[in-house]
Structures are given as C-alpha cells and as structure tokens.
Design a protein around this ligand. Structure first.
Ligand code: SAM
Length: 290
C-alpha cells in the first residue's frame, strides 16, 4: 500500500470516515521520499528499536518497520487506531499504543517493548502545536535514546541549532544543546503534506550525549538560570537573575567578571558551557554562605 499516494490516502479516509484534525496538528506526509529519508537517516544501528510519536495513518511507521527490529508508535487520536491496524497489517514488528505521549511514562514503555533491542531511536513527524513540549519530555526523561529525528517547523529547527549570540538562540536551544548535539538534516516544503501547513518544515536530528560534556554541579539551578535569562532576553543577565537567585547583584557581577565576561552580558550571548560555569559559581557562593 502506498500511503503517500493521494488517492490511496483519500480512499482510506473515506473508508474509515476520518478527516485530518487541526487540534492534533495532523499534517500527513504525501511524498514517499520524505518518510523514507527520515527512516534512513534517523536510524542506523541494526537490532534497534524505534519509538514513533504520532503515526497518523502509518506513513512514516511503515518505513520505520522496514529499517528497525521493532517499532512502537504512540497515537493520541482514537479514530486512527483502526486505520493503523489496516495500513500496518503486513508488519509484525509494530505495536500501536493509543495514548497521549505527554502522559505516557517512558521507562515502563522502554522496559515492556524494547528490552531486547540494542538501542532505541525516536523518529516522528511531530504535531507542531506541542513540538517543544514533546521534545523536552523525551529528552528530559533521562532515557538514553540513541538519537531523535523529528520533523518540526523550520523556524523551530533554526532555533535549536542556533549558536550562542545569534538572534535565534534561546532557552530551548540551550536546553537541547545541553542534552545533545542537534543538526538540521533537510528542509521540507508545505506541498509535501496533506493538508499543506502554512509554514516550512525541517527535519532535525539530535544525537543525545552518552556522557554530557557540560556537567553543572546543581542541574536544577543551571536550568533555572537559563530559563530566567531568556524570560526577559533584553535584560542583562544580572538584572534577569536579580532577586531570583540566592546571591546579590554585586556578587553576580563579580562572578561574571571573574569569568572574563562583561558585567552587563545578556543571556543570549552565553553558551551552555558558560551558563554552567556561572551556575557553578552561584552554587558555590550559596554553599559557602550556609
Ligand atoms: N506520522 C504521520 C505522517 O507523517 O504523516 C502524521 C504526523 S502528524 C504531523 C502528527 C501526529 O501526531 C498526528 O497523527 C496526531 O494525531 C499525533 N499527535 C498529536 N498530539 C499527540 C500526542 N500528544 N501524543 C501522541 N500523538 C499525538
């Protein structure tokens, strides 16, 4: 079954009485080369498992089934479950779970389905209305996914790969770059989807670090500093953190100067490494004052 052929897609939708739902961010792929490329570039190691978020009618899922030992696809829309039973009938290495990924405990899912796989990838054409939530949920879970390869809005992909100091760099950039190494694989134009979204898309691959290169002493503080720094990104870091971290403005300025940074530096100029150094100094100052 060619799930990117428009008349096949329309037949399936008619047969199951479904239409694409905006509230679930449903834009189905209709160009076969795109899911094939995601499956190819998003996996690689033999004997691997793949977790897919939002299989839709199974277009990318079918390609993943050919590339992986096992695929688990989590879909929120109950009307798509019988469709997936039908479109994926030829594959015996797929499990479709009817669930909201953001409410799915990931460790039990890994234990139940992937214990016999050498590694697990995430591949998905993500619903754009919750891209960032899903990505952070997966990354922050602590599950050692080999890589996450996801279709997102092009602007979002640009933000994730942005270097410190650029206009696109923000809290989500620093958070993702703390956990892994992101790269933009390729752009995808609106005409590759049904319905066509109003924005360009891009496929992003994030290779999670087995050993994080940056290790803040107090990860919660480090994450909070990044969030605060970008909540009011036009403010200097000292002003953005003032009253919200347990040391004075003067002590904060001293820390920046001791790290050879301008006292009026803004968070948007700071790399993940520099955020970690600042966080460590604040943490030590706080500990010393106890
Ligand atoms: N993978 C299909 C494709 O590429 O043609 C569909 C991708 S579509 C952009 C996003 C999919 O995610 C939809 O099937 C939607 O129902 C599903 N979805 C949306 N929110 C979800 C959630 N919280 N948990 C699981 N699936 C979700």
């Amino acid at each position: 079954m060619n799930l990117t052929d428009l008349s096949t897609v329309r037949d399936i939708m008619e047969r199951f009485g479904i239409s694409t739902k905006k509230k679930y961010g449903q834009n189905f792929l209709i160009n076969q080369s795109v899911p094939e490329r995601i499956a190819r570039e998003g996996t690689g190691i033999q004997n691997c498992g793949v977790l897919e978020i939002g299989p839709g009618i199974g277009t990318l899922t079918a390609c993943l089934c050919k590339n992986a030992k096992k695929v688990v696809a989590v879909e929120i829309d109950d009307s798509l479950i019988p469709v997936l039973d039908y479109t994926l009938a030829e594959f015996d290495n797929v499990t479709v779970l009817h669930a909201d990924i953001l409410k799915t405990p990931l460790q039990p899912l890994m234990d139940n389905y992937f214990s016999d796989c050498d590694c697990v990838y995430v591949c998905a054409n993500l619903p754009y209305y919750i891209t960032s939530d899903i990505l952070m949920y997966l990354i922050e879970s602590g599950i050692p996914f080999k890589a996450l390869t996801v279709m997102v809005q092009k602007e979002f992909a640009d933000r994730i790969v942005a270097p410190a100091g650029s206009a696109d760099y923000g809290a989500v950039t620093a958070a993702v770059q703390y956990f892994g190494k992101p790269q933009k694989l390729f752009k995808v134009a609106p005409g590759n989807f049904l319905p066509a979204p109003k924005v360009d898309s891009a496929v992003l691959r994030i290779d999670l670090y087995e050993e994080k290169p940056v290790k803040p002493q107090n990860e919660a503080l480090f994450r909070r500093i990044i969030r605060l720094a970008f909540e009011q990104r036009r403010k200097t870091l000292v002003n953005a953190l003032a009253g919200k971290v347990p040391i004075s403005k003067e002590a904060l300025s001293d820390i920046l100067v001791s790290l050879s940074l301008p006292a009026d530096v803004r968070g948007e100029k700071l790399s993940v490494e520099q955020f970690a150094m600042i966080s460590d100094r604040i943490h030590s100052t706080e500990q010393a004052a106890l």
